[in-house]
Design a protein around this ligand. Structure first.
Ligand SMILES: [Fe+2]
Ligand SMILES: [Fe+2]
Length: 411
């Protein structure tokens, strides 16, 4: 484990312990509430089971509404106690990853503890039948939980992956915060029901909540299945021509890295990834004789090859979930200064995903052996991209790409 990460986890752990010690005087008499503590511990353990993994690492769980109920009904000290109890079993089970679990326990304890302190100090009353009167303190409590939790998680992912905290925030946490804000009212209503009906009230809420989470996970899995289907499609094209074997995979891998460096939105990157994998799918409509030809192509044959973006875009355009990729595929052979194909667009008229793809596509083509020439050296390729910057390629994208390759960040 990296040194900085170790120090950070230790600091979070120490802060959580200090907070617990400070909150101990507010702890209710445990022998009176052992049953709810046991119940919430079991529920919190179940919640951990249904974690949802995020695209750039890390995970979120349904633990928040449960913690929220405990804070409002029993106070922050009990919330921390339940966090600790619910992970003991986890730590015993996953011995090799125990520090991750420990960090999670500590960060949830800190989030719950501080959120509880904010609730009480902004006028909230713990354990009252009239929680509804304390809407503002409860909202501040939820906000604190969400902030503390997301900052701690973003920091740990950034220390672990080497990405900047703001980037992790943009990639992951931005999507997590709305989910927290949606779960907060649910936690609040659960607390109201719990003080009136008890454990049964929570169960009534908990199962639909688990189902909602499960469908979110299903959606994530579906996306993976889509991607696998696309890969298979693209592999059939690469298989037609041994010289382009793995071309689509490499191009999409590089395109995603370049788009991240250029700060594209995550959804745009997702479609770019699909488009990059499929960019040459239109070659399926071109004769093998032309694709595999070792000699120079005649003008007529070259015109045939030039049809592949149009064929590709029309194939993709007919598949509903890929429609957003079709413009990228259609324009991946346009030139920045104009004169490319199929439409001879210029500069900003070309979608930026297509301008990006053009650079990465050319890089991989020059970096592989072709029937008519050997692959070029990395220096020659980068010089060529530099030379074509502003002509074939968008200069800003070309510049960022060259620095990406030079940084050797590409694997
Ligand atoms: Fe192409
Ligand atoms: Fe290509």
């Amino acid at each position: 484990m990296k040194q900085k990460l170790k120090i950070f986890i230790t600091l979070v752990l120490i802060s959580a312990i200090i907070l617990l010690i400070l909150l101990l005087p507010t702890m209710p008499i445990l022998s009176e509430i052992w049953l709810p503590i046991l119940f919430f511990t079991v529920i919190a353990m179940l919640a951990e089971y249904l974690s949802v993994f995020l695209p750039a690492g890390g995970q979120i769980t349904v633990a928040f509404p449960i913690s929220f109920v405990i804070i409002l009904v029993y106070g922050p000290a009990v919330a921390i106690l339940v966090e600790i109890l619910s992970v003991i079993w986890e730590i015993l089970k996953k011995r090799d990853n125990w520090y991750k679990t420990l960090f999670n326990a500590a960060q949830y304890s800190l989030s719950s503890g501080l959120a509880g302190v904010v609730y009480i100090s902004s006028g909230g009353v713990v354990g009252t039948q009239n929680i509804i009167n304390y809407l503002l303190p409860a909202a501040l409590c939820a906000l604190t939980y969400c902030l503390v939790n997301s900052i701690l998680v973003a920091t740990v992912i950034s220390l672990d992956s080497g990405m900047s905290v703001s980037k992790v925030y943009r990639i992951n946490i931005k999507e997590v915060i709305p989910s927290y804000l949606a779960e907060a009212p649910m936690g609040f209503i659960m607390a109201i029901i719990y003080v009136h009906i008890g454990i049964l009230g929570i169960l009534l809420f908990f199962f639909p909540l688990l189902l909602a989470r499960q469908s979110f996970e299903l959606y994530t899995r579906m996306r993976k299945i889509y991607l696998d289907t696309i890969r298979t499609l693209a592999a059939t094209i690469d298989a037609k021509d041994p010289y382009t074997l793995g071309h689509s995979e490499r191009v999409s891998h590089l395109a995603v890295q370049l788009a991240r460096k250029l700060d594209f939105a995550e959804t745009e990157i997702e479609y770019l990834e699909y488009a990059a994998i499929l960019h040459d799918i239109g070659k399926i409509g071109i004769e093998d004789r032309i694709l595999g030809k070792k000699d120079r192509l005649t003008d007529e044959e070259y015109d045939k090859i030039k049809e592949h973006p149009v064929i590709g875009a029309s194939i993709i355009g007919s598949i509903e979930f890929l429609q957003k990729c079709s413009q990228t595929v259609l324009h991946h052979h346009e030139r920045y200064e104009g004169g490319g194909y199929p439409h001879g667009l210029k500069g900003e008229e070309i979608p930026r995903t297509a301008r990006l793809l053009a650079v990465v596509d050319a890089y991989d083509a020059m970096n592989s052996d072709r029937p008519y020439r050997k692959k070029l050296s990395e220096n020659d390729i980068l010089e060529e991209i530099e030379r074509e910057s502003g002509k074939q390629f968008d200069p800003a994208i070309a510049r960022t790409f060259i620095s990406l390759i030079k940084e050797k960040k590409v694997v």
